[in-house]
Write a protein that binds this ligand. Structure first.
Ligand SMILES: [Fe+2]
Length: 102
């Protein structure tokens, strides 16, 4: 999907919505990395605190977008769970706890 090809009268198809949400997730993840970079490279406490707050809001946005994606792409949650299970299997092989909270 290319946003520039849309006219003012065009509306998203279901596939366009899925692609748009995925692009939004990429944008949120890029923003998180950018704020982390800023946070790691400043000694100004005010700027650091504001960037930490914004960075954490972006992390919430990722969660919102993943939930929205699951509405339009129902198997998305199954795929995410399958990926998590694969990593947990490797962690089990290596004897690494699957959660720091346990
Ligand atoms: Fe955001």
């Amino acid at each position: 999907m290319d946003f520039s090809s849309f006219s003012n009268r065009d509306t998203y198809t279901r596939n366009d919505l899925i692609t748009a949400i995925r692009k939004d997730i990429i944008g949120e993840l890029d923003a998180i990395n950018q704020y982390n970079f800023h946070i790691e490279h400043t000694d100004n406490e005010l700027a650091r605190r504001v960037w930490v707050d914004i960075r954490n809001e972006e992390r919430v946005h990722v969660g919102e977008l993943l939930k929205l994606l699951s509405v339009f792409s129902p198997d998305e949650v199954d795929m995410l769970k399958a990926g998590q299970a694969e990593v947990e299997a490797i962690m089990n092989e290596l004897g690494i706890a699957t959660s720091q909270r346990k």
